[in-house]
Design a protein around this ligand. Structure first.
Ligand SMILES: NC(=O)c1ccc[n+]([C@@H]2O[C@H](COP(=O)([O-])OP(=O)(O)OC[C@H]3O[C@@H](n4cnc5c(N)ncnc54)[C@H](O)[C@@H]3O)[C@@H](O)[C@H]2O)c1
Length: 425
């Protein structure tokens, strides 16, 4: 392949990452969008994105994009971008099954001069240690002689309409300097703010995991401070407002850390660290603190109810917000999950409400039918768990009206001011 203009592109995995990427590329070039989930493909062919990131018009107007779950359609491609999930398993170890399966599929299509670019988040070394051997084995081709690889981590932020694919600087890399140039040129077709070409695939992989590890640790620090300040009856936000007047104080907020990036990526990094005999001291300290926040939130809430002399037994609690972050539909790995698990230990009745999340998904996860509408004067306690704009727009008075005369309102996201709610995280 001489340059990026020779590329016939396929995107493998059309979720939160793959779909925006496919739509962006399809503005100017033919793209095959492949996913093993036939339902997802049928929905996309009907213009429906269940993640609510794109509307029907936007999907249907992508005339150069072909959605398919038929792997034979990948055969005409010579460049594959792999955007499949990389979660952790129950032992908090990297689960590379989807990545390996997608790699095997691509390897069966691979021809001389093809390029396989990975976007899935992995640990440094993963592409060349885990994926390349599979590509070689199932294609009978040689790495960096017959075929090449690239890595370009994704930084999109679902639900965020201002940081979109074209205006987030993107890291690119390739397995040879020439391939790195082609990969970089390819992404420059869609990124208006430019790219950063990393010197190797390993560097690009490492950059992605440390971005999220740094965030996780910083939030953990603020969470710990918030626990301390709550014990001292100091409002954390007041402290942060004061400290942030210093030019180099980093503006992190306390909160439940969920999702499939911040709470997952540090485990990828520590897995790699341990595999080469280094026992990391700092990285997982943040994880532990953030993982304990669910228990902290529920115990703080219960204590406040006791203080207000609201009986816990058979109390009615409303959880507002179940997604892992604001204004998005994704409830996987949401931080509120651990709060809900803690509440299940008490004999109280939980109502779940989230206008963004799919009702079936909520039921599948929690075995609780979510509420479509909330009635006034019903709850002994309300937790505002996600900063959906719709909750902010409701206003605190509407939310207060959901509560009984005696009710605890816990604002985990600082949506409302200190004097409008009972507790903030
Ligand atoms: N969602 C984010 O905000 C975000 C941001 C940055 C990076 N990432 C990373 O990007 C990767 C993808 O995440 P996502 O959120 O898009 O996941 P997702 O679950 O939304 O989508 C993944 C898609 O891949 C499909 N898939 C699974 N196995 C496949 C296979 N073998 N072949 C073809 N398709 C397959 C699934 O059906 C699904 O539609 C992960 O590594 C994630 O950590 C995600």
């Amino acid at each position: 392949m001489k340059n990026h203009k020779d590329i016939r592109l396929a995107i493998v995995g059309l979720g939160y990452v793959g779909l925006p990427l496919a739509l962006a590329f399809a503005k100017n070039r033919q793209v095959i969008g492949f996913d093993i989930n036939k339902t997802r493909i049928d929905q996309l062919n009907n213009g429906k994105d269940k993640n609510l990131e794109f509307n029907n018009k936007k999907i249907k107007s992508a005339k150069l994009l072909k959605f398919t779950s038929n792997s034979n359609d990948l055969n005409s491609s010579n460049c594959y971008i792999v955007t499949v999930p990389t979660p952790i398993n129950s032992k908090k170890k990297p689960d590379l099954n989807a990545l390996k399966n997608a790699t095997k599929l691509v390897s069966s299509m691979l021809r001389k001069q093809d390029i396989v670019i990975y976007e899935s988040t992995v640990y440094p070394g993963c592409v060349e240690e885990q994926c390349v051997p599979l590509l070689e084995k199932f294609s009978n081709l040689k790495y960096n002689k017959d075929f090449y690889c690239g890595y370009s981590p994704e930084r999109i932020n679902p639900g965020d309409k201002s940081h979109t694919i074209s205006n987030i600087k993107k890291i690119t890399s390739g397995s040879t300097p020439g391939i790195a140039d082609i990969v970089d040129d390819l992404y420059n077709e869609i990124i208006s703010v430019g790219t950063h070409k990393a010197p190797s695939i390993k560097v690009a992989e490492a950059a992605k995991v440390i971005e999220n590890t740094q965030r996780d640790l910083n939030i953990a620090l603020i969470n710990e401070l918030s626990i301390l300040f709550n014990k001292m009856s100091i409002d954390t936000q007041d402290v942060l407002d004061a400290a942030e007047t210093k030019w180099n104080f980093l503006p992190f907020k306390p909160g439940l850390v969920g999702g499939h990036c911040i709470g997952v990526d540090p485990y990828y990094l520590t897995h790699k660290a341990k595999s080469i005999g280094y026992n990391p001291k700092v990285i997982l300290a943040g994880r532990k603190t953030n993982d304990r926040m669910g228990a902290y939130v529920s115990s703080t809430f219960i204590n406040k109810m006791k203080k207000k002399k609201i009986p816990i037994k058979r109390s009615k609690i409303l959880i507002m917000g179940l997604t892992f972050k604001e204004n998005c539909t994704d409830i996987r790995n949401s931080g509120i999950q651990s709060v809900i698990e803690e509440f299940k230990k008490f004999d109280c009745h939980l109502d779940l409400y989230d206008p963004w999340a799919e009702k079936d998904e909520i039921y599948k996860n929690y075995k609780i039918y979510p509420k479509y509408e909330i009635t006034n004067n019903t709850y002994d306690g309300i937790i505002i768990a996600v900063a959906h704009k719709i909750f902010k727009d409701m206003g605190i008075q509407t939310i207060k009206n959901f509560g009984k005369k005696k009710c605890v309102i816990y604002d985990l996201k600082y949506l409302f001011s200190q004097d409008e709610v009972d507790i903030r995280l």
